[in-house]
Design a protein around this ligand. Sequence first.
Ligand code: NAP
Length: 272
Amino acid sequence: MINSNTSLYAVLGDPISHSLSPVMHNSAFSHIDYNGVYFAFKVEEIGNAITGIRALGIKGAGITIPHKVTVMEFLDEVDNLAKKIGAVNTIVNRKGKITGYNFDFLGAVKALKEKTDIKGKNVSVLGAGGAARAVGYGIISEGGRLTILNRTIDKGEKLAEELESEFCPFSDFKGRKCDILINTTPVGMHPHVRDIPVAKEDIKKGMVVMDAVYSPIKTNLLRVAETKGCVTIDGVSMFVYQGAAQFELWTGKKAPIDLMRKRVLNALGCSS
Ligand code: NAP
């Protein structure tokens, strides 16, 4: 029942119509009888949205593409891990003071470690945006050998330098030693579901292939990787783990993680 004590939450991004954060969080709020409601807002100017959050007393928000890096300058405080990563995916509004956190890091590492070791592995991360920062930081923290590949060379080189790792242009991926390949670009995301971020022939048997894109759950990249016999990791695990951490920060209650995963999978048309 929505009333004048209902706490408001939202995800801010562009595009946003694919987001399953509202499904995941609203079902979790209602499961524990928490008086909260979660919206999705298509936001072009993140600074204006943060001003709105302060003005309306919105309690917290998820930050997504393309605002994870730019949002930081509009916050009152950024926690140390998010500062090191250089990206924020979650904010909390404590009596008008807005603090940024990064749970993509935790989500990506947990999802990967369910299927593979990271230590000593050659890991290629496609992309140099907000998600790549968190995933790349996670790989380094776990002792992986990281290479960043990005369409815009300067941006890719800058992230590689910050993470003390290597940079490789997309065109040189073919010759690289790669044990784990992780896509953090939106290539393949709904509605452009036929797109694939690397050439099919460069996906080799023996690689572990992860896609941060979760809509669709089986991207073209994962479909091709599966046909080559690779171990694959879809974006849902990362998404649910980061969502559970957000939920716990906002409500102070244990996240009903199995229910959250089930609702996300149902919304993606999968029976869990
Ligand atoms: P972002 O900060 O805007 O970064 C996007 C990155 O993708 C940039 O490096 C960009 O390259 C690259 N890119 C964009 N379009 C491309 C194209 N057509 N070809 C090649 N590269 C392209 O976005 P983000 O927040 O990191 O999110 C990226 C994706 O990850 C989104 O699909 C998002 O939904 C997904 N994600 C999933 C989870 C999860 O929990 N599963 C968490 C976070 C993000 P340039 O530098 O050249 O522009």
